[in-house]
Design a protein around this ligand. Structure first.
Ligand SMILES: [Zn+2]
Length: 103
């Protein structure tokens, strides 16, 4: 009878320990994924570009039209003064080449 209780207690402690470890890992992953790569526009006004989601901010690659997570996207100064985001280095250099060329 006492052994049964002890086992229950051990199981409870084990579950708690696992939760702590998993929770800690998860938090660590989120924090490492949220390292600021670029200064966002000061003032923080929603200027229409990025679409806010609960899982992160989706931004559209202006070159190929793909939606990418902002924290994973490559960023560059846009011609209009904002920030443009790209899915890959290829799209970014294509955009740079296009921006450098006068219309
Ligand atoms: Zn792209």
């Amino acid at each position: 009878m006492l052994g049964w209780l002890l086992r229950l207690l051990l199981l409870f402690l084990l579950v708690r320990a696992v939760m702590l470890v998993v929770g800690g890992l998860f938090r660590g992953l989120i924090e490492s994924a949220r390292v600021p790569t670029d200064d966002r526009a000061p003032g923080g006004g929603a200027s229409g570009g990025p679409v806010a989601r609960s899982q992160g901010t989706l931004v559209q690659d202006p070159v190929c039209g793909t939606y990418v997570l902002q924290e994973r996207a490559l960023s560059a100064r846009a011609a209009g003064g904002g920030t443009a985001y790209f899915c890959s280095e290829r799209c970014r250099s294509a955009y740079d080449a296009q921006a450098a060329r006068p219309n």
